[in-house]
Each structure stands twice: as structure tokens, then as C-alpha cells.
Design a protein around this ligand. Sequence first.
Ligand SMILES: [Zn+2]
Length: 450
Amino acid sequence: METTVVDTVIKNGKIVTPYQVVEAGIAVDNGKIVNIAKSPSLPKAEKTIDAEGKLLLPGVIDAHPHIFDPDYTYREDFATGTTAAAAGGITTIIDMPLRKPVFSSLIREKIRVGEKNSLIDFSFHSGMMANENITEIPAVVKLGVKSFKVFTCAPFKVEDETLVKVMKTVAKYSGVLVVHAESEDVVYEGTNKLKEQGRKDPMAYVESRPDAAEHKAVNKVITLAKQFDIHIHIAHMTTRQGVELLDRAKASRQKVTAETCPHYLIFTKNDIKKLGPYLKMTPPLRSKNDVLFLWQGLKLGIIDIVATDHAPGTREEKEVGWKDIWRAPGGIPGVETLLPLMISEGVNRGLISLQDLCRMLCERPAKIFHLYPRKGVLQLGSDADIVIIDPEKKTVISADKLHYKVGWTPYEGMKLKGYPILTMVRGKVIASHGEIGERPGHGKFIEMMS
Ligand SMILES: [Zn+2]
């Protein structure tokens, strides 16, 4: 009788699922998971990795990083951004457009650049949606991208009439509409008032975009979407009011999901006094009370996922904001610290369980963005995207040890316990104890399925 020898076996692990933590190992062949069992029942393998009782999590999916490739690569490119992501346990990113619209021709270009330079798998959101590019939707869907981004505020604000048209069309193609939800009226008024007063300090930026901006926009979007069978995903939600609106919409069975980001779970607006322009991001930081509501919303599943909104600016770009906060770009680096922060600040503090962690970083993003069950789950036939986490490993965050091109992190000096020590993408070890194993180009474009 012939015995099959698979590529790799990871033995002695504790597999984390959204429902339980089970002691088992995983066999991998041709980039796929082919067996999950306790050690004696696992097949023979060319290579065996002993997890030594540590945690095995499906590779993390970051549904909201801005990689800036092929534009603005002085801030981050596919190679640097995905190296940082891999070292932090992320195995798939869904790159978000930021400074310019992304439709079929640019998606094709991004796929080309990504397949050459990305270490991990990737997909894209299309956008920004506007009246003149609704006709682009079918071509984008044909490429395997079913997520579209729209803004309710500058710099890509759409009128309600257009928003309705976009909703109808995206619904027709069973896509998901990602909304940057801040009310233009509220933000415009707030910003003008503070500028007229001559305010240029970092806190002026926070004050210019109050909670009411999010409340008004989320409320409007949910109300408009009610008329159509459209899946709306609220990007980077930050407030108690947002959580309450989402709770109500979900209770009435509306197809709406939401995300928040690590920085809204860790910092409050007072931190901008110390870190100034380095904590300028959109939407801005909120109060301690909002932070508590966001954690609770996550625990209860009202907020579905945590994504990074990774959008680094250089130190030089940020520094000008000390004198004039309006002139500094918004955004912070975040892909490498997403998982470690959620373990340390969430799981270790008892705010979420390991099962919750798996749900919000792996299963839900895969399901929301049509990548499930190829991604986001450890089961037979899924891609072998696996992270080994050492729950006892202690680290102090230091930009010197991270892989960002910009060389800074707002979490500098934070003490962590629990860290990813191995990242595997489709059966290949991409990062091990911070060392990068594969060359750029291992990453593949992953189509969103129907
Ligand atoms: Zn963003």
C-alpha cells in the first residue's frame, strides 16, 4: 500500500475557530488544507512544524489597508506593506482606493503590480463611486471585484440621488457597498468655524469632525439602503451613536455590516495632545465612552470586523501638522500591529475571547467580502493560510523592529503579550519570528466569489 506524503504538517497546535479552541494539527498539500487531526492520525509530510501547544488561527484578513501601489509608493508599496502585514499575521489584504478612483483599468494594473511584488494574497475594493462611473460596475465585477467604495463627504462626496443609483446597481450584481460615513454638512460647518477662529492645533481637527457627523451619515445611508436589497458595509465606525444605529438596523434584519479600527479601540481624543499630527486620521479619535461602546459592539457582533485603515504618511508629511494640523495628511500605519494589539488589548483584558478574535479578524471579513470559505477558515479544502500565535510572547512595540516604509508607529513603546510567530500563505511560510521567508511575488489576486 502506498502512503501519501503531504508537503507540510503542523502538529501539536490549538486550533481557534469562532466556536471553540481544539487541540489538533493541520496537514497541508499543494497550498490547501487536506487534513485536520491529532498527531497520530496526521499523514507523513516532507516538513513538520511543531507548534508546541501554541494557537493556530486562520490567516488574518485586513479588509481596509491602503497600500498606495502604484501611486504614492514613497509611503508604502506592495512589497513593504505586505511584508509588514505578513510579519503581523495577515495573509490577505483587500486594498482600498484612497486618493484616486480605482476602476477596471487600474485594478488590472494593480493586479499586475501585486502579483509581482506582494508577499501575501490580495483583493481590491473599487471606487470612488460617482454618477459618471456607475457604468464601470459590470467590468469591475467581471474582474472578480464585488466591493465598491463611496464617500458621503469630501473629497469624493456623492449626492443622495447618485447614492441611490449606486446602491441599485451594486445590488444588481450582489456586491457590497463600503461607505465612508461622515456627513459633509457637519464636517464642512465644523471645519470652517474652527478655521475662522484661527485654530490650527491638533485638537481643532478632532473638534471639526464631531460624533454628529457619523451619526447623521450612518443614519442617512441606512435609511436610503432600506428600500433596496443592498449589502452596506460601514467603514471605520468610531462612535457610540454609530453602534446604536447599527444595532437597530441589524435587529430589523437589514443587510448592514460594520468595521472599526484598532486605533479607535486603543486611543482616545486626548492622546492627540501628546502625539499631535501622528494621530490625525479620518474619522478622528473619540472619547473613552465611545471606546467602551466599540469594544462592546464588537463583542456582541454589532460591529463585525476590525480592519486597519493602514494609510501611512511620512514623518516629514506629519511633522508640519504641529504648526498647522490642517496641512498634515491623515492616516497611520497599522497592518503589522492589528493582530498583536487585538490579542493584548482585547483577549488578554477579557474584552473579547479567542473565538471572537477569529470571528472578527478571519471569518467575518471573508464572508462579508465574498472570500469564504477559500479564506477565513481552517477546514478541508480551504487555502492553507495559517498563523501560529505564541500567547505568552512578550514584546515592546518599536518602529525599528516593524517593516513599514515610513519607519514610525503611533503605538511606539506599548507593551504586548501574545504575538504571531509564524505566518503561512497557501502552504508557504512567509514570516517566521519576524524573519521574512518568501520573496515578493508569492501573493496572488483572489477573486471575490458570488
Ligand atoms: Zn481608509
